[in-house]
Design a protein around this ligand. Structure first.
Ligand code: 13P
Length: 235
């Protein structure tokens, strides 16, 4: 199972270092069978820890160049960053990233061999049209994406469940992941208001291989609490 924390525009370089220290200490007490990833803001990128992979929330598809305000492969390499999150709905909607541009990023970072957490998710009006409309919408978000890329991890994050405190229902997650599983053999994460109270039920759904957590990951105690709910420490 994969536990991924997306800090979005929260935490600083200093507080990210403290977070990683604390999470490491909490994880040290238990031998979790989990793969753990943390995605801090670009200014807080730093080396991964023994059990925690640090990844980038976004990057520009070039090694370096005249791209004001962006970071590229050289900047990631300085910290040994080997994992990048692409296609998050906040970047698709707020920053108006097109599918074409996201696919260009995917192709670049796949060519470089990075692990890619690729996000998809439908808005509420599409969800209200039913499963078929959702499937159609989601598959369009895979246009230009190599589903067989061996270091691909997919995160299904319904837009209406992100930051709303209202996670998708178990049957909605199950149906959507089953649909994605038809063509994607790589790990499938669910994201959208995952918290210590609903993690157990979500983790138990077939075809849910992990979670991508925003708000409830910002405090290391809370993020760790989710791990201990799924795999209670042996005493
Ligand atoms: P929340 O957990 O705050 O709903 O955010 C989910 C998310 O967007 C993770 O990428």
């Amino acid at each position: 199972m994969i536990f991924a924390a997306n800090f979005k525009m929260h935490h600083t370089r200093q507080s990210t270092a403290e977070y990683l220290d604390r999470l490491e200490a909490l994880m040290e007490a238990a031998e979790y069978p989990f793969k753990v990833m943390v995605f801090p803001p670009a200014t807080a990128l730093q080396s991964s820890r023994d059990w925690i992979t640090v990844g980038a929330q976004n990057a520009y598809p070039a090694k370096e160049g005249a791209y004001t305000g962006e970071i590229g492969l050289s900047q990631l390499e300085e910290f040994g960053i080997d994992t990048v999150l692409l296609g998050h709905s906040e970047r698709r909607r707020i920053l108006e990233e097109s599918q074409e541009f996201i696919a260009e990023k995917f192709a670049f970072f796949a060519e470089q061999g990075l692990q890619i957490v690729y996000c998809v998710g439908e808005p509420l009006e599409v969800r209200q049209e039913g499963d078929e409309a959702v499937a159609e919408y989601l598959w369009e978000q895979f246009d230009g994406i190599d589903l067989d890329y061996e270091r691909l991890i997919v995160a299904y994050e319904p837009v209406w469940a992100i930051g709303t405190g209202r996670a998708a229902k178990e049957e909605e997650i199950a149906a959507t992941h089953a649909e994605l599983r038809r063509r994607i053999k790589r790990p499938l994460l669910y994201g959208g208001s995952v918290n210590p109270l609903n993690i157990k039920a979500i983790a138990a759904i077939a075809d849910v291989d992990g979670v991508l957590v925003g708000s409830a990951s910002l405090d290391p105690e809370s993020f760790h609490a989710m791990m201990s709910v799924v795999a209670p420490p042996q005493v």
